[in-house]
Design a protein around this ligand. Structure first.
Ligand SMILES: [Zn+2]
Length: 393
C-alpha cells in the first residue's frame, strides 16, 4: 500500500528538517514546496510528539535570531537488522535521526525448523540491543531486511529459498518473540532506502538499484519511495529469463534466470560444472569464486567465457529494464571487486547495444563498491519512516 498524501508530506518535512537543520518554519515552506498551513500543522504535531525541538538560532545573513527547528535524536530509538546470504546477521541500534549508535554482526546457524531459526534471530536482536547503551524499553520498533520475496505491508515472506515454499508470517512471529513491532522488507529495498536516506547524493528521488553478490537483489525507487507491485511484492530482476530454451538451473526451479548467469553463486556453479567439480557448498563459494576469478584473469579461457556471459546477461537485463522503466539512474552495487572487473567489458558492450538511444543519453549506469555500512541503516530507516509518517493524532 502506498502512503497517502498526508503521510508523504509528514515524511518529506521530517526528511528535509533532518537534512537542513537548524531550519526556520518559514524556510521550510520554500525547501519543501508545501503550503504554510500544512507546515504549521505537521511541525506542531512533531513538536508535541517530542520529535522536534525549537531553538533560537542566529541567521546566516545576520539580523534578529529566529526560532529554528531541530530533530531531537533521542526522542526514539529503532533497531535495523540484516540477514545476509552468508550466514551472518547484522544488528544496529539507531536514533530518530538515523545515526548509528551501535552495530554488531553475529553468525546465525542454519536450523531445521523455521521456529528454531526465528528464535535465534530474536536472540541476536536482543543481544544487539544489550550491546548498545540504549535502554531496551526505549526501543520503538525493529526493521529486518532479508533476501526473500516479501510482502512488506503484511509482513509475510512468500518465498524464502531455504524453507518450504509456504507463506510465512515472519514479522508477526518475530514480533511475538520480541514484544516489539517488527517490519520486514527485501534486502535490496532496504539498501535502496539507505541510498535514499544516507547516500552521498542526498535523497535521490528516482533510481534503480541492483545488488550483485552471492545472489542478486533489485529495487526500484520512485517519487522518493520504494516501489512495490500491485500485490505488495518486491521486484525480482534476478529471475528474468536470459534464454529461450535451456539454461542453467536456478534456485527458483526455473532455468536460464539472470542470477544463474551473473551472480557469484551462478558463476561459481557454472565454472565448477565445466571443470567436472562437485557443486560447491555455500560456505566454499566465496573462496572458490576468487580462485576462479584469478584463473580467468590469468588466461583460463573457459572461466573467462563464463564471466563474459555473466556480463552480457547483466547488460542485457539492465538495458531491458531501462527501456521499460526509464529510471533516473541505475546503480549496481558489487561486493567482489574481481566480479566487477571481469564482467565490465561484456556488460558495457551489451548495455550499449541494447538500450534505446534516447535512454542511453539520459540514464547513467554506474557500478559502486558495496559495503555493509548502508544495509543496517536502511533497515533502521524502514521503521523510522513509519514513525515519521504516523500522526500524533
Ligand atoms: Zn530463477
Amino acid at each position: 500500500m502506498r502512503m497517502n498524501e498526508k503521510e508523504a508530506n509528514r515524511l518529506h518535512v521530517l526528511k528535509m528538517i533532518r537534512r537542513h537543520e537548524p531550519v526556520a518554519r518559514t524556510d521550510l515552506t520554500r525547501i519543501t514546496g508545501l503550503a504554510q498551513a500544512t507546515i504549521t500543522a505537521i511541525v506542531g504535531d512533531f513538536v508535541r510528539l517530542g520529535y522536534l525541538a525549537e531553538e533560537k538560532a542566529p541567521l546566516a545573513t545576520g539580523g534578529r535570531p529566529r526560532i529554528a527547528l531541530r530533530l531531537n535524536p533521542d526522542a526514539a530509538y529503532v533497531v535495523g537488522a540484516l540477514l545476509a546470504e552468508d550466514g551472518t546477521m547484522l544488528v544496529e541500534v539507531a536514533n530518530l535521526r538515523g545515526d548509528t549508535l551501535n552495530r554488531h554482526v553475529s553468525p546465525i546457524a542454519w536450523r531445521q525448523t523455521l521456529d528454531a531459526y526465528v528464535a535465534q534471530m530474536a536472540d541476536i536482536v536482543r543481544d544487539g540491543i544489550a550491546r548498545s547503551a540504549v535502554d531496551p524499553a526505549a526501543i520503538h520498533s525493529i526493521g529486518l531486511a532479508l533476501p526473500a520475496l516479501i510482502d512488506s505491508e503484511s509482513g509475510i515472506v512468500n518465498w524464502f529459498p531455504a524453507f518450504p515454499p509456504d507463506p510465512i508470517p515472519l514479522a508477526a512471529i518475530l514480533q511475538e518473540r520480541l514484544g516489539l513491532p517488527v517490519r520486514i522488507e527485501h534486502a535490496a529495498d532496504v539498501i535502496a532506502r539507505a541510498e535514499h536516506w544516507f547516500g552521498d547524493d542526498l535523497q535521490m528521488q528516482d533510481f534503480s538499484l541492483l545488488m550483485l553478490d552471492l545472489g542478486m537483489g533489485f529495487s526500484r525507487y520512485v517519487d522518493g519511495q520504494v516501489r512495490a507491485g500491485a500485490h505488495g511484492l518486491n521486484s525480482e530482476l534476478a529471475h528474468v529469463k536470459m534464454v529461450l530454451d535451456d539454461g542453467p538451473a536456478c534456485v527458483c526451479g526455473a532455468r536460464g534466470c539472470l542470477t544463474a548467469f551473473a551472480s557469484v553463486i551462478g558463476i561459481v556453479t557454472r565454472i565448477a560444472a565445466i571443470r567436472g567439480e562437485a557443486r560447491p557448498r555455500i560456505k566454499a563459494v566465496r573462496g572458490l569464486f576468487r580462485d576462479y576469478a584469478r584463473a580467468a584473469l590469468a588466461g583460463d579461457g573457459d572461466a573467462r567465457a563464463i564471466f563474459d556471459q555473466g556480463g552480457r546477461c547483466l547488460g542485457l537485463a539492465v538495458a531491458n529494464h531501462i527501456n521499460v522503466s526509464d529510471p533516473a539512474r541505475v546503480m549496481i552495487l558489487v561486493r567482489e571487486p574481481l566480479l566487477r572487473e571481469l564482467i565490465a567489458p561484456a556488460f558495457d558492450a551489451a548495455l550499449a547495444a541494447n538500450v534505446l538511444p534516447p535512454f542511453a543519453e539520459r540514464v547513467p549506469v554506474a557500478f559502486r563498491a558495496w559495503t555493509d555500512a548502508h544495509s543496517s541503516r536502511g533497515a533502521a530507516a524502514l521503521v523510522l519512516e513509519r514513525l515519521y509518517r504516523a500522526s500524533g493524532g
